[in-house]
Design a binder for this molecule. Structure first.
Ligand code: MTE
Ligand code: CO
Length: 425
């Protein structure tokens, strides 16, 4: 049998700094297998129990669920951010996820009036206003149009909103978890509009949800014609009710509030509708008391998901720092990582596929010998926009904002390996 050594090998320091450490030279095994900590009779050289008896039958789980040992990987809410369960938010456990796809059952939820439960037979999408032919589509009608299958992130504009003036919430899930990334199946709005026609004066669309919150947002026609979608599926199956079943609007790269769930109507007009959600809400007050109007695009941002407050460092030696980066302006071009609070930066490895307006996964190998670290990541997108520090953001936007905080976060790793959310400077 191969002999494993975990803590004994050392990476060449130059390799580490260059981020080019080769995995070929490394051997790994789980620590519990190596040590005597776990005395389970299921460990080698014994034959485990599950080998000597038959497993569950195929009918045990008609709809598969995660292993019972993964029951900690769930959406969570913050009590003091929860006005009521109907007007509420919970957070995606991004610290526990790998790759870039968010499993459907873990996508964070944000509802302003609870989850509507809609029989798809009663679904209708009405298109009215400045079009040549006002039309009403059933779900089956929509599915007869050419389809698209696209990965996009959805980030609530309030993601990280509690962190404007200082670090408040000690968790990766709570400070970055108002985001998910799934593959949507749907029809491009530009294709639906070929059917209805457009009057020359049509410049804006009012998108309206059918839930009790009556969610409405104005969207400029250029965006509608560019890449907006009416989607009925996520990650290969029907939308979950929480995500707008049977159909929702997809507004790639733009703030989550515009992605109207349980969509019922699109009205074409010649000016913005100035709804509650784009006037008294989802706007930010600047230092001079004026509000920023129409802050649609989600600027480039990144987060180190491990180590993080929920993912302390448990042993010395080599570790793979892991994280996510995204930009509402296109593809992620580069992610830099710092272990010393932004004094020195190294380039992380980006993992394929890198798609426009989708999460991108990065990793970075580092060695930990019990020293304090100040871990940061910084995303750069294909427009060369660089994720800012909170100080840079505050210089322009003041401290009264809630929405659109895309600043660099800092995780402090203490000598025990514990990780905390801290504010530098
Ligand atoms: N659409 C409707 N009809 N009702 C809502 O409450 N919430 C919005 C948006 N669309 C909302 C809605 C907000 S603020 C966000 S961030 C996203 O949906 C959240 O989408 P999710 O619940 O799929 O994560
Ligand atoms: Co939101």
């Amino acid at each position: 049998m191969k002999k494993y050594k975990l803590n004994n090998f050392k990476l060449n320091r130059r390799d580490l700094l260059a981020g080019t450490a080769s995995l070929g030279a490394m051997t790994f095994a789980s620590k519990s297998v190596l040590s005597d900590e776990n005395k389970s009779k299921n460990l080698p050289p014994n034959l485990p129990e599950w080998t000597s008896e038959l497993g569950e039958g195929v009918d045990a789980n008609p709809y598969g669920m995660p292993s019972e040992f993964e029951k900690n990987v769930i959406r969570r809410n913050v009590e003091w951010l929860t006005a009521s369960t109907e007007s509420s938010v919970n957070f995606t456990p991004i610290q526990d996820l790998e790759g870039i796809v968010t499993p459907n059952g873990l996508c964070f939820e944000r509802h302003h009036g609870g989850v509507s439960i809609i029989n798809p037979k009663d679904f209708r999408l009405m298109i009215n206003g400045l079009v040549d032919r006002e039309m009403i589509f059933t779900l089956e009608d929509l599915k007869r149009f050419p389809q698209v299958n696209k990965f996009y992130f959805l980030e609530c504009a309030a993601n990280g909103g509690m962190e404007w003036r200082g670090s408040q919430l000690n968790g990766c899930q709570y400070t970055f978890g108002m985001i998910h990334n799934v593959q949507y199946t749907g029809v491009k709005l530009s294709d639906l509009i070929l059917e209805t026609g457009l009057k020359p004066k049509a410049k804006w669309v009012l998108a309206e949800g059918s839930d009790s919150s009556g969610m409405t947002r104005s969207i400029p026609i250029e965006k509608i014609l560019d890449d907006c979608i009416i989607a009925w599926a996520m990650n290969g199956e029907a939308l979950r009710s929480e995500q707008g079943y049977p159909a929702r609007l997809i507004v790639p790269g733009w703030e989550g509030n515009m992605w109207v769930k349980w969509i019922r109507r699109l009205e074409f007009g010649d000016m913005p509708y100035m709804t509650r959600e784009e006037t008294s809400k989802y706007t930010d007050l600047l230092s001079d008391g004026k509000a920023r109007m129409f802050t649609w695009v989600m600027d480039a941002k990144s987060v180190v998901t491990s180590p993080s407050p929920e993912k302390p460092i448990l042993h010395k030696g080599i570790h793979q720092l892991r994280g996510l980066a995204w930009s509402g302006r296109g593809k992620i071009k580069r992610v830099d990582v710092s272990l010393d609070g932004g004094k020195n930066w190294k380039t992380a490895e980006l993992h394929e596929p890198i798609m426009s307006k989708s999460l991108a996964r990065f990793t970075f190998p580092f060695e930990w010998n019990g020293q304090e670290l100040l871990i940061q990541s910084r995303a750069i997108d294909e427009t060369n926009y660089v994720q800012p520090t909170i100080q840079e953001l505050q210089k322009i936007r003041g401290v009264n904002s809630i929405y659109h905080n895309n600043s660099i976060a800092t995780w402090l790793v203490s000598k025990t390996g514990k990780v905390d959310n801290v504010r530098l400077g």
